[in-house]
Design a protein around this ligand. Structure first.
Ligand code: HMG
Ligand code: MG
Length: 298
């Protein structure tokens, strides 16, 4: 069966804009988040408190966050370490996300750490956040394939998922960072996690759309009981530290499919398309989303 309702975790302002060559002005980012909130999205990942040299596109987190913090939506932010957590808490953030890797190559490229060193870096972040009742999401990248290591063995993924949950993360997001997953692999990973005692209610999915499989993968995940799906408005996105990562599943493509399935998201598709068209004009190129193209004249 399929769920009656799906919560969309919108990542366009973070995963999308972190990968844009051009640096988007803070005021445009703030307006983007405001417009996204106006579409009915309830969880809008806003920015990252990472090292500004590693992700210059999000170096304005201190300026952006106060501009949007009054919106009546959840605004999770990425924090890799205690320094990032301090910066986020100082601005009143109530939802943070740490971001682990299932592979050594990506842990090194993205966090300058081994997998286990990165987990050790997250441990005090999660403990301190939970001590203040701050919600913690644990991302896990390279759950399916890795650009340096190839296909990623399922038990390797299950091990890091367990570690993140045991640490105290409230939810996990299973990342197909480079978009190589296919539905059978999704079903197999979710089956293995269930066997390992990981409740499906704690799992979200995060598909990049490099091979056009993101929507099919999402449907496979919904059939396994997943009800949290990450997507980015207009299909913005990628990861600067993973070659061949392209945009996330477009939120419009997801909403179109869910609407057809009778699954409620609370999102106004027309407003969302208008928001992505507006953002595309700022970025100077059309949205790659098929649904945005079909429903607009860009
Ligand atoms: P490092 O160089 O090992 O850092 O980087 P360090 O701990 O050795 O510290 C070096 C300096 O950085 C120190 O300053 C720190 O204070 C400073 P110094 O004493 O030399 O003057 N520093 C910071 N400054 C500001 N904010 C901070 C911070 N931390 C340290 N938070 C580090 C380690 C984790 C910092 C670095 O690797 C980093 O920032 N990485 C972030 C990479 C990133 O954001 N990647 C994209 C997000 S992940 C993603 O997109 C995947 C996802 O979408 C899911 C999927 O698709 O799979 C989530
Ligand atoms: Mg991503």
């Amino acid at each position: 069966g399929l769920p009656a309702r799906v919560r969309i975790h919108e990542v366009g302002a973070r995963d999308g804009l972190q990968n844009e060559k051009a640096i988007v002005p803070t005021a445009v980012k703030a307006e983007f988040v405001r417009r996204l909130a106006g579409t009915g999205l309830t969880t809008i990942e806003a920015t990252s408190f990472v090292h500004p040299k590693w992700v210059p596109q999000l170096a304005d987190a201190e300026e952006l966050y106060p501009e949007i913090s009054g919106l009546p939506v959840s605004l999770p932010v990425l924090v890799p370490n205690e320094k990032g957590l301090d910066r986020a808490l100082a601005l009143g953030a109530r939802r943070v996300a740490v971001f682990a890797s299932a592979t050594e190559s990506f842990a090194r490229a993205n966090l300058n750490r081994t997998v286990d060193e990165a987990l050790a870096m997250f441990e005090p972040v999660v403990t301190r956040a939970k001590g203040q009742d701050v919600h913690v999401r644990g991302y896990l990248s390279m759950c399916f394939g890795d650009p340096w290591e190839g296909p990623v063995p399922v038990p390797q993924v299950v091990r890091v998922c367990r570690a993140l949950l045991d640490m105290g993360c409230d939810e996990l997001s299973l990342g197909d960072t480079i978009g190589v997953a296919t539905p059978g692999h999704v079903t197999a990973l979710l089956g293995a996690l269930s066997e390992a005692g990981v409740p499906v209610s704690a799992l979200g999915v995060h598909f990049h759309d490099t091979y056009g499989q993101a929507l099919a993968n999402t449907l496979a995940a919904l059939q396994q009981g997943v009800t949290t799906v990450d997507a980015s408005a207009g299909g913005l996105g990628g990861c600067p530290y993973a070659k061949s990562a392209t945009g996330n599943l477009a939120t419009e493509d997801l909403v179109w499919m869910l609407r057809g399935l009778g699954i409620d998201t609370g999102v106004d598709l027309g407003r969302l398309v208008a928001t992505s068209v507006w953002m595309a004009a700022h970025l100077g190129r059309p949205s790659p989303s098929r649904t945005v193209r079909a429903l607009s004249h860009q």
